[in-house]
Design a protein around this ligand. Structure first.
Ligand SMILES: [Zn+2]
Length: 118
C-alpha cells in the first residue's frame, strides 16, 4: 500500500515567519501564530520539516509526495481580480512563490494553463 502525502500552498508568501505584530504580507498568509506552529523557531528543523524529512526517508515506492502550489502571472488579465482581492502573492519568478524551506524544493513546473487559486 502506498502512502500519499499532499501539501498545499506551503509557499513563502503563505507561511514564511512574520513578527507577532507585523502586517500580513497578503490576505492569504496564515499569520504569525500558524506560521510559528508549522515551522517552529527553526524552520529547517521544525514540525513541517520533520514531517517532510520523514516522508522523504521512506522508500520511493512507499509514498507519493504531492505539493500543490499557487502560482500567478501578474500580466495575465484573468488573474488580476484574484491578485487585487488577496494581494500580490506567488508571482511568477518571485521568491514568495517558492516553497517555504529548502527541504520542500524540488523540480517545479508552472501550470500548463491558467493558475491554481485558493
Ligand atoms: Zn493565488
Amino acid at each position: 500500500m502506498t502512502t500519499v502525502l499532499i501539501t498545499q500552498c506551503l509557499q513563502r508568501d503563505f507561511v514564511d515567519p512574520i513578527g507577532p505584530h507585523d502586517p500580513l504580507p497578503n490576505l492569504l498568509h496564515v499569520g504569525y501564530s500558524e506560521a510559528a506552529r508549522l515551522l517552529g523557531p527553526e524552520p529547517a528543523a521544525g514540525p513541517l520539516a520533520q514531517l517532510i524529512d520523514w516522508a522523504r526517508g521512506l522508500a520511493p515506492d512507499a509514498i507519493d509526495l504531492i505539493h500543490i502550489r499557487d502560482w500567478h502571472d501578474p500580466g495575465d488579465p484573468a488573474q488580476r481580480e484574484h491578485l487585487q482581492r488577496f494581494g500580490a502573492h506567488c508571482l511568477q519568478g518571485s521568491p514568495g512563490r517558492s516553497s517555504s524551506c529548502a527541504w520542500m524544493s524540488g523540480p517545479w513546473r508552472p501550470p500548463t494553463s491558467g493558475s491554481s487559486t485558493r
